[in-house]
Design a protein around this ligand. Structure first.
Ligand code: SF4
Length: 248
């Protein structure tokens, strides 16, 4: 196995991609085609760069003083589960002395995923849609696969405690309380230990990328989601689920 990753970009100081301050590597390739994808470059091989384990280690070590304070390295994408084997190897390469978070759609299963789940410190999983029909229509993937992946996370109580299920709230598609209550019920009925859900407001700041790559942006008639509405949803949902789930 080649000791390197293919990636599209790096954010060396993020506070929104897992706990604490994190260095984020956006890995190449994704099996999905979400209608609201903000990283379409992850489907375009000419946008890929290679990073050796040694270079990533050097980068991580140079940031360790601020990453060590409750943060670490986040593998995002694209879909990092496609790189499960390399992430496990990289953790060994770091002598296990690294905090790893994954930002994933959970829509991949391969022989390394079970082992990877045991080696993560935290995880953010975008569940996306709550019926197979919507999931297929808007992402080209399968909700069943995500539930199956999240069950692996749920069976590991320590990781489940550090798991956040994410949902992008898109005007005209899922921006209503009933939909979000159904999302909460789906989580409660499938998982014992995962309790946190983060609603993310849809926005269209990626339009320029779609133009640059000559790709169709299918949500041109959809406005960005108002963050105040998300706050109001959170309040109502926390009241509705009365401590059984936490909307953050
Ligand atoms: S899973 Fe993420 S990277 Fe892949 S298509 Fe969906 S939004 Fe884009």
């Amino acid at each position: 196995m080649k000791k390197s990753f293919l990636f599209t970009s790096v954010d060396s100081f993020s506070t929104t991609d897992g706990p604490g301050i994190r260095c984020v590597i956006f890995l190449a390739k994704c099996p999905l085609r979400c209608i609201y994808c903000h990283n379409p470059e992850t489907f375009i091989p000419s946008e890929y760069h290679e990073m050796s384990f040694a270079k990533l280690k050097r980068m991580y070590e140079s940031m360790r003083t601020y990453l060590n304070n409750g943060g670490g390295l986040t593998f995002s994408g694209g879909e990092p589960l496609l790189w499960a084997k390399q992430i496990l190897e990289f953790k060994k390469f770091m002598n296990d002395d690294i905090d790893i978070c994954l930002e994933t759609s959970g829509n991949v299963d391969n022989e390394y995923v079970d082992e990877l789940v045991k080696n993560l410190n935290s995880i953010c999983c975008d569940i996306k849609f709550i019926t197979e029909e919507e999931y297929a229509k808007y992402t080209n993937g399968s909700l069943k696969k995500v539930i199956s992946f999240l069950k692996k996370v749920d069976n590991n109580p320590k990781l489940a405690e550090n798991c956040v299920i994410r949902e992008v709230v898109v005007p005209t598609i899922n921006d209503n309380l009933e939909y979000l209550i159904n999302l909460g019920n789906l989580v409660l009925s499938n998982f014992k230990n995962i309790k946190k859900i983060e609603l993310l407001p849809f926005h269209d700041m990626c339009i320029e990328k779609y133009e640059q790559f000559n790709m169709e942006w299918k949500l041109k008639d959809v406005k960005s989601m108002d963050a105040e509405i998300i706050k109001a949803f959170n309040n109502k949902l926390n009241e509705h689920f009365a401590g059984k789930l936490k909307f953050i």
